[in-house]
Write a protein that binds this ligand. Structure first.
Ligand SMILES: Nc1ncnc2c1ncn2[C@@H]1O[C@H](COP(=O)(O)OP(=O)(O)OP(=O)(O)O)[C@@H](O)[C@H]1O
Ligand SMILES: C[C@@](O)(CCO)CC(=O)[O-]
Length: 313
């Protein structure tokens, strides 16, 4: 028997990094997915295959001995099958570029947790999310949990570490144009750099947290009225806060400038340091925004909000 699950990637619209320190963020799932297939095998091994590599190991190996990006899958498989006299084969297929802020790791953890656990039981989304966050912590200990949450439930939501998520019901009709700097980042490293910035600039950081929090409350109001122009202005404002905490660079700044030319606003999304920016558009300026990026030789594509979230089949 095979068990298959897919989960979407994500874009953080507002509040990355600050969310790690308890501030609310607004994020949405996007229509690019990772699909994981899991199958029980007679050979008592855990075998994982993906476009980024392969891993085949016995059960019950200590995680500290595993130095592979496929570690979250090993963690999930071992946790779930360790007391069963079987092995497991896991296959990963991805439409989400890796390490560029679009939530490839969370989509992997959510789809992996669902595909593997559902070989044995009808796990709920809540149980799957809990497993996925545990798995993500094997590569990124300090995760706020925001990414796995939106990859599980889909749609657009507000999220904070303490209260979890609330779905935003207005279902805005955005088109997001994503431009990729093609500079890979490690989320863990950038989050650690922000922690250092905070330690050296406590006062400035708490002012920025307050500003971000106010900005997010304003955006939540604008979302109710679908006021895309004003939301675009808030995107521009949020980018300024990200500049201040040091997660931007010359290439990202150039991309944001180009993105702003025709769209309602543009900013980094996710950890930064490299990765992607998005430009907020609707039908009226989608094509012109894409053209701006292409004319300047930047890789770009448009995405829409995914309202489905985790899918199992
Ligand atoms: N196709 C894939 N196959 C297997 N594992 C993958 C794949 N894509 C992503 N991953 C997992 O996700 C990790 C990349 O996570 P990272 O947090 O650095 O980037 P991201 O999730 O794309 O960006 P962000 O967290 O900023 O949204 C990889 O090291 C690997 O563990
Ligand atoms: C940078 C960060 O805020 C988002 C990464 O996609 C980290 C996190 O929320 O875990």
């Amino acid at each position: 028997m095979k068990s298959k699950a897919s989960a979407p990637g994500k874009v953080i619209l507002f509040g990355e990094h600050f969310v790690v320190y308890g501030i609310k963020a607004i994020l949405c799932a996007i229509d690019k997915r990772i699909t994981v297939t899991a199958e029980k095998t007679k050979e008592r091994k855990i075998s994982i295959k993906s476009n980024i590599g392969k891993l085949e190991l016995e059960k019950n190996i200590s995680l500290s001995e595993i130095n592979s990006p496929l570690k979250p899958f090993y963690y999930l498989a071992n946790k779930i099958i360790k007391n069963h006299d079987i092995g497991i084969e896991i296959i990963i297929e991805s439409e989400i570029p890796l390490g560029v802020g679009l939530g490839s790791s969370s989509a992997c953890c959510v789809a992996g947790a669902a595909a593997i656990s559902r070989l044995f039981a009808d796990t709920t989304k809540e149980e799957i999310l809990k497993l996925a966050i545990e798995a993500e912590k094997t590569i990124f200990q300090n995760t706020s949990g925001a990414d796995c949450t939106v990859c599980t439930y889909g749609g657009i939501m507000e999220y904070d570490k303490e209260s979890g998520f609330t779905t935003i019901e207005s279902q805005p009709n955005f088109h997001l144009v994503i431009a990729n700097s093609n500079i890979e980042h490690s989320t863990e490293t950038i989050v650690a750099a922000v922690k250092e910035f905070k330690a050296k600039n406590e006062e400035e950081f708490s002012t920025l947290c307050r500003n971000e929090s106010e900005l997010i409350e304003d955006v939540l109001k604008e979302l109710k009225d679908n006021n895309i122009k004003e939301i675009g202005n808030k995107v521009i404002q949020n980018q300024e806060y990200l500049e201040k905490i040091g997660i931007s660079n010359d290439k990202l700044r150039d991309m944001v400038k180009i993105g702003k030319n025709r769209s309602f606003g543009a900013k980094i999304t996710g950890a930064g340091g490299g990765g992607c920016i998005f430009a907020l558009t609707d039908k009226s300026n989608l094509d012109n925004t894409i053209k701006q990026f292409k004319d300047n030789n930047y890789d770009c594509f448009s995405v829409k909000i995914d309202f489905k979230g985790l899918d199992t089949f």
